[in-house]
Ligand binder design. Structure first.
Ligand code: BES
Ligand code: MN
Ligand code: ZN
Length: 490
């Protein structure tokens, strides 16, 4: 086991201080319309005039996401000012607060920094301030966790000017939850396998006061989780199932989150080519999202009952692998015919959803890197929504809209049902070739939730990305955590 980079742990402070104070860097939001530049108004003539002159001459820009750096060699204040454009008033949403803050701190991460003051709060409405904190903290985590000489540095202290303590605490919790989630995904598959995922989830759960239960292979056997066991059968690493519980809502039925946790997807006997396999450590992003989300829910003390369930298996090739033509009696009693071992996520979820249903939840939301077909349909940045309950789907879509995470619903017409019917068993684990692959996968899942309101979120595209952008590194993104947190809270 090689040690990876420690978790970023900058000091986060609330501050009312001004430009004259002792900081090494000032991150300064620059607004395209005047109204948000109050920080400059109240902080002496020089920076205000400077920023105004430079903006007028188009030497720096207030356009959303633009970064310009000013160096001050001979002052008592910060020697570096990072101007981050935050655009017009209408641009200043929660996601833009998150992204602008992230972009600014990422622009100075090539060097170690001492105290960084962040003057962004003036530009953004108070209800977005936690997002500034979460965005900055999350941006301190990168995928380069195994580089022996770090290329990115985390500032020692982050001082948020004009952000209250509550917003700092909330931002800290959301940022840390996203870091946990992304670290779980970014760690290599030999480090994160079903058993070690369960151990890491247990540590995270303990730290946040969640109750947690882990089912090992024996318990999975006695519980009749034959579908999870089948997917894991080819691996030397046995499967697990993790159940986390947050009790904040008295006697109400719980909300259930279910995550696909295929810690590595080789495709099994329906082996993937190397190019498609290269990123398949990310195939547990759904389960990691559930862990991160439960952590945040517990630490925020949300007054709801919530359970989080992760179905964990490694999909490998060996003499003991599950096979094409196999028929499995799932925990629910329904039988499934395996016609492609690479359609393993739905097989794992069949049992995991069934376990979730035991708790008689008022709603089930599953998160899964389920299909390449969803990426073909929606591209790499948009999560697919499929549901048996339009009200539930609408409420999650609204929450995602408010957090600025793009989602799009795909239809679940009855006409798709026959495409997963099997001649041998009740259903088969593939649809009609490639056609409508995201939907036929969801149709398969629908068989395991009975009448419970259910939403399936296919995050194959947005959960793990190839290239870095100014506001985020490549690798795991932490997508949907913020949206689902908001959904739980409303
Ligand atoms: N884990 C993959 C889906 C995936 C693809 C996630 C790309 C992230 C990026 C899933 O298990 C899979 O292999 N799905 C197959 C299903 C097919 C065999 C019916 C697919 O999408 O090709
Ligand atoms: Mn697969
Ligand atoms: Zn998979």
């Amino acid at each position: 086991m090689i040690p990876s980079q420690p978790f970023p742990s900058p000091k986060l402070e609330s501050s009312t201080s001004s430009l004259e104070s002792s900081s090494d860097v000032l991150i300064l939001g620059v607004c395209e319309d005047d109204d948000g530049n109050a920080y400059l108004d109240s902080n002496g003539d020089l920076p205000k005039r400077l920023v105004e002159h430079l903006t007028q001459r188009k030497l720096i820009s207030a356009k959303l996401g633009e970064v310009n750096k000013l160096v001050f060699p001979n002052t008592d204040g910060p020697s570096l000012i990072v101007c981050i454009g935050v655009g017009k008033t209408s641009d200043r949403t929660r996601d833009h607060a998150f992204d602008s803050a992230a972009t600014a701190v990422r622009s100075i991460n090539a060097e170690a920094q001492g105290v960084v003051d962040i003057a962004l709060a003036n530009c953004f409405a108070e209800e977005t301030h936690d997002s500034i904190v979460a965005g900055i903290l999350n941006a301190c985590e990168n995928q380069s966790i195994y580089q022996t000489t770090p290329k990115e540095f985390v500032p020692e202290t982050l001082r948020f000017i004009g952000v209250g303590h509550q917003a700092i605490e909330r931002g800290r919790i959301i940022g840390e939850a996203m870091i946990h989630l992304r670290r779980l995904v970014n760690e290599p598959p030999s480090e994160v396998y079903p058993e070690s995922f369960a151990v890491k989830a247990t540590e995270i759960a303990k730290a946040s006061g969640l109750a947690i239960e882990v089912w090992d292979e024996n318990r999975l056997e006695t519980e009749g989780c034959r579908a999870i066991l089948a997917v894991g059968a080819g691996s030397s690493k046995p499967p697990r199932l993790v159940i986390m519980r947050h009790q904040g809502g008295g006697a109400e039925p719980p909300l259930a989150f279910v995550g696909k946790g295929v810690t590595f997807d080789s495709g099994g006997l329906s082996l993937k080519p190397s190019d498609s396999m290269a990123d398949m450590k990310c195939d547990m992003a759904g389960a990691a999202t559930v862990v991160g989300l439960m952590h945040a829910i517990s630490r925020l003390g949300i007054k709801r009952n919530v359970i989080g369930i992760c179905g964990l298996a490694e999909n490998m090739v060996s003499g003991t692998s599950y096979k094409l033509g196999d028929v499995i009696e799932t925990r629910s009693g329904k039988t499934i015919e395996i016609l492609n071992t690479d359609a393993e996520g739905r097989v794992v979820l069949a049992d995991t959803l069934n376990v979730a249903n035991d708790s008689k939840p008022s709603a089930i939301i599953d998160l899964a890197t389920l299909t390449g077909a969803c990426m073909v349909a929606l591209g790499t940045e948009v999560a697919g929504l499929m549901t048996n309950n339009q009200t539930l789907c609408d409420s999650v879509r609204d929450a995602a809209g408010k957090e600025g995470e793009p989602v799009w619903q795909l239809p679940m017409f009855e006409l798709y049902d026959e495409k997963v019917k099997s001649k041998v068993a009740d259903i088969k684990n593939v649809g009609e070739g490639r056609w409508g692959g995201a939907i036929t996968a969801a149709k398969f899942l629908e068989n395991f939730v009975d009448a419970t309101p259910w939403l399936h979120i296919d995050i194959a595209g947005p959960s793990f990305v190839d290239s870095a952008r100014p506001h985020r590194d490549a690798g795991a993104t932490g997508v949907m955590l913020r949206s689902l947190l908001r959904w739980v809270e409303t």
